[in-house]
Design a protein around this ligand. Structure first.
Ligand code: SF4
Length: 311
């Protein structure tokens, strides 16, 4: 058996809690400034009508019922759970609403924390203070979409924020004592291996504590699906992705927790590539690729030292 060549989320949780921690994905009924017209109505090229939240339970139910249903049906005594506010922008409301929403999910002692998916331009000091306060005695991650450190790409995919916005949000979160997990995508239109390396170096230069790596896939009912149908999008093959993900990991600081190694899309919503459905096989092959290179996460990182203010 090949040992793990990267710092996985499982390893992080096992080290901290001594057991498996599973995510319960909930849909809190938010929208997004990049979809409701504040910034744009088009959304990011890859965003579907579910706000890129493929795993979440129905938004018809309040979050505490979504969590309660999951706990009753699936929870085990030897596991812990983290509630993931996944689709759309989960800080896009006033502090009072966010306060009661985030705190409402701690209805079972096995729920040890929350993960909050959002955009860099939807945070302010009050929201960060609230999240930091919850972090004082719970496991809390703020999941921040970057996707690429190239501003040209960010404009091309209609993100509605810049690299600088991301950097400012990370610095403010770190100052407040909130852990950031950055989301990135390998294979965005117009990008190549150099862009991926630049994005890895950029993330490693910041006090980021986690990263979610996704491959570009095409989901139904997205702008990118229309572009793909017109042959305007070239997708990476599985083998290319394994190479690029391994290259990316080599440039990522070794203390950064790898929350995910590829994107996830339900079969009924997936257009391409088909290998999206082979998640554990691809993750295993990325690890094997690193082993074959006698390499590991951070081997080529210029940022071995954890940025200041992070310990
Ligand atoms: S920021 Fe997220 S929810 Fe908003 S348009 Fe982009 S992918 Fe969709």
């Amino acid at each position: 058996m090949i040992s793990e060549r990267y710092y996985s989320l499982n390893t992080y949780f096992k080290g901290l809690y001594g057991r498996k921690v599973r995510k319960i994905c909930v849909d809190a009924g938010f929208t997004c400034p990049n979809r409701d017209g504040k910034l744009s109505k088009a959304g990011c090229l890859f965003c579907d009508e579910k706000g890129s939240g493929s795993d979440s339970i129905s938004r018809q139910l309040p979050v505490w019922d979504q969590v309660g249903d999951y706990i009753r049906a699936k929870a085990k005594d030897n596991e812990y759970y983290l509630v993931y506010f996944q689709p759309f922008t989960n800080t896009y409301a006033n502090i009072k609403i966010l306060d009661s929403l985030y705190k409402s999910v701690f209805l079972d002692k096995r729920i040890i924390g929350i993960s909050i998916g959002t955009r860099p331009d939807c945070l302010d000091s009050g929201k960060l203070q609230l999240i930091a306060e919850i972090s004082d005695n719970k496991e809390v991650w703020l999941e921040l979409g970057l996707q690429s450190s190239n501003d040209v790409t960010l404009r091309r995919i209609n993100r509605g924020h810049s690299k600088k916005d991301f950097e400012a949000a990370v610095m403010a979160s770190d100052k407040a004592g909130v852990k950031i997990c950055a989301h990135i995508i390998l294979g965005l239109p117009g990008e190549n291996a150099e862009d991926y390396v630049r994005t890895a170096d950029f993330i490693s230069s910041l006090p980021v504590k986690g990263v979610k790596i996704h491959h570009l896939y095409i989901a139904k009912n997205t702008t990118i699906e229309e572009m793909y149908a017109k042959n305007e999008i070239i997708l990476m093959s599985r083998d290319e992705y394994i190479q690029e993900a391994a290259n990316f990991l080599e440039r990522i600081r070794p203390d950064i927790v790898i929350h995910r190694l590829m994107g996830d899309c339900r079969k009924d919503r997936l257009v391409a590539p088909e290998w999206t459905l082979q998640k554990s096989d691809v993750a295993r092959k990325i690890n094997k690729e690193l082993a074959g290179r006698h390499s590991w996460q951070g081997k080529k990182s210029k940022h071995i030292i954890v940025p200041r203010g992070t310990i």
